[in-house]
Design a protein. Sequence first.
Length: 376
Amino acid sequence: MSEYEGKMKKKKVIVGLSGGVDSSVTLLLLQQQGYDVEAFFMRNWDSALNNDVLGNFDESEICPQEIDYQDAKKVADQLNVKLHRVDFIKEYWEYVFKHFVDEYSEGRTPNPDILCNKHIKFDQFLNYATEKLGADYIATGHYAGVRFNGVTNEYELLKGKDITKDQSYFLSELSQKQLSKTMFPLYDIEKTEIRSIAKKYKIATSEKPDSTGICFIGERNFTKFLQNYIPNQPGDVVDITNNKKIGTHIGVMYYTIGQRKGLNLGGQTEPYYVADKDVENKILFVSPTSDKKYLYSDKCESENFNWIVNPKNYFKENKFKCTAKFRYRQPDAGVEVEIIGNDIKVILDEKTRALTPGQEVVLYHGEICLGGGVIK
């Protein structure tokens, strides 16, 4: 080990410990590497404070944060690491959840995980860790990487080596400042190896299933959840192929482009999918699955695109070829991008399914995540 490496290993790192196996192994690995580590559990949603709003909402769908906290505490105690517990409930409501509801109200389909990373995990948490706890870095269990490019003098966000778990898509709104203070120890480790490491060291969360969906919402009764915040606005369901009414809905904001389940269109000879939405006139446009031309798009636009790195360091012109993702775990698509001020236009090499306003378009140059922006 060089003298430089020895000094670096004494740096103080605060690890975001969620109570899952990925963050648990992150804490273990950094401790083994000699860093001065502490753990941090952030509480972003309080079901009790929202009981008056949630009404008879099925509590099984609410993220069991107390269980997660107890799991995080078990791991921290097991590794003899100090655990901080801090509430960001107000900040989460202000910067993430209000936007989430507003976007759905406008008929778009937002990605709150990206906003949570931008405003909570890598802003509120990072600032608290560095300013109040004296951390040099924070670390999380994301499957992604960060490196400093000495030629461009910028930090680069990299895809995780386990391509089936790569989470760079959710980190595409981060900034240079945030990346400069962040470590992703799981960058080059396969998920199967994470489980093996956890079992080898008998980590308390080694057998805990991975979390899915949005923590505070869960997987089921999503429409019911939204109804607590967005009142029903009934309207017509219209077949986009012939402009004929074939049913009614309770609110276009509860549906997303490409959706098939839950349309309740009895009497039709084949399934339908959501093709478009007219929020102002409360019309939900659908198309039979035998006619998929309304489901595919070859271009989109994004306003105020977040460039993690300066694109001029990789491309000579304002129009260039690269790859893009429009959904998490979607295969990379070949695209041509044109930069227009703070916005971008994206033209796909091949049409893709269900480009959805409110979701994120994320650009890549090889393994480097260039940045991301909301699809207009």
